[in-house]
Design a protein around this ligand. Structure first.
Ligand SMILES: [Zn+2]
Length: 399
């Protein structure tokens, strides 16, 4: 019986359009597909990839949502926030450090960041990624990749997202040399940050792609050495859309003079704004303003259904305004300034498309990022059944 290994390497933000303009492992990974992203950004794309389910089922869309009763941030109501000097407490480093302290205090094991969320808004909000979504039961009650691996009893490896990509590549390399694992999910995320800053600088992007290519060739050589057969598949979650303009939507809403937490609650992601209306005046005054945003789209019920974000309880907003491709909300709750590149625009826009590149031709090519889960579980199942067959032949031999 031949020993096989299947490696799926996640490269955050390796969009289909980026690949059309650069060279990247055309010989080694000849089966190449453009893949529709999940509406939203990485906070929803990764749970979708790890479960094969849409957001309305795994419940992860954006990070923050309106939930005053269960908000873990009620403590912020009692802090003398207005006396804290904002020039210190709004610095990114300070917020990042505070996020770490809070995460430890609450026992969050997931990716937690306060970003630029105003401290006095936090008591109205809850945060979805409290748990590490990569480990068994990380998306419970929905099964994730780690659950599937565990249930199949297949020796596998899933990277630790807290480590750098160099460390994750090195760890996988060492495991390949041992030759025990039969499946791996390699997580790398530095390309995303690079593209946010340098999406219009082809030389910088090509240099990074060459770096990945070199490491992938190295991993493949080790797979060839220690296994009879292998497959290597690169998958991504979305592309990157160059900045074309900004809208100070928060400033416009603030200027209405409505009370946050009394008349309405809003969360401003970089590419979409989400609203809950607590009193009729909130809706009456905010809605017309949303309709005026040039190229903006207030999602209809049919569109929410189509994108898999049709939450019965409007968990992520009663109304969601999506900005046109390239136009960022700035300042937003994710950052004070617009970045040269951003993701999270309409999935059907060409810069939004993700990519799947493989050594092997899948029976059914992936069309949506959630389809990667099927590709991965098929591979795991194949190993499980071949191991079971091997065990039963050995039992038969012994009889
Ligand atoms: Zn990003």
């Amino acid at each position: 019986m031949s020993k096989t290994i299947d490696v799926f390497m996640f490269i955050d933000a390796l969009g289909w359009e980026i690949l059309q303009r650069h060279s990247f492992l055309e010989q080694e990974l000849p089966y190449r597909y453009s893949v529709r992203m999940q509406f939203g950004y990485s906070s929803t794309a990764i749970p979708t990839i790890l479960s094969g389910r849409p957001p309305q089922e795994h419940k992860h869309l954006s990070f923050y949502y309106y939930a005053p009763e269960k908000s873990p941030f009620k403590i912020f109501k009692y802090l003398p926030l207005k006396y804290l000097p904002s020039r210190i407490f709004d610095r990114w480093r300070v917020r990042h450090l505070l996020s770490k302290i809070l995460a430890r205090y609450y026992g969050f094991t997931g990716y937690f960041e306060m970003y630029s969320m105003p401290y006095n808004w936090l008591p109205f909000l809850d945060y979805i990624e409290k748990n590490d979504i990569f480990v068994p039961r990380g998306l419970a009650p929905v099964a994730n990749l780690a659950d599937v691996l565990q249930q199949a009893g297949v020796p596998g490896h899933i990277s630790n997202w807290r480590l750098s990509e160099e460390e994750n590549i090195a760890r996988l390399g060492a495991l390949l040399d041992e030759g025990q694992i039969r499946f791996a999910f390699l997580y790398t995320a530095a390309l995303d940050g690079l593209l946010h800053m340098h999406v219009r600088e082809p030389e910088i992007i090509q240099r990074k792609l060459d770096w990945y290519a070199e490491h992938i060739r190295g991993l493949m050589a080790r797979m060839k050495q220690h296994y009879d057969q292998f497959s290597f598949t690169v998958i991504s979650d979305h592309g990157m859309t160059p900045l074309t303009g900004t809208v100070d939507l928060k400033g416009r809403i603030d200027a209405l003079g409505l009370r946050y937490g009394v008349d309405y609650v809003a969360v401003y992601d970089a590419t979409m704004a989400r609203f809950w209306f607590l009193r009729p005046e909130g809706r009456e005054r905010i809605f017309p303003l949303l309709e005026e945003v040039p190229g903006g789209r207030i999602l209809s019920a049919a569109e929410k259904k189509h994108y898999g974000i049709d939450f019965a309880d409007h968990m992520y907003g009663e109304e969601i305004l999506l900005l046109p491709p390239g136009v960022q909300i700035a300042p937003s709750n994710m950052g004070l300034k617009a970045l040269p590149g951003m993701h999270g625009f309409a999935p059907e826009d060409r810069d939004s498309y993700a990519a799947c590149l493989s050594t092997a031709e899948p029976e059914i090519p992936p069309q949506w990022v959630g389809d990667y889960f099927r590709l991965m579980t098929e591979r795991i199942d194949r190993v499980r059944s071949s191991r079971e067959a091997k065990v039963s032949t050995e039992i038969n031999k012994q009889r």
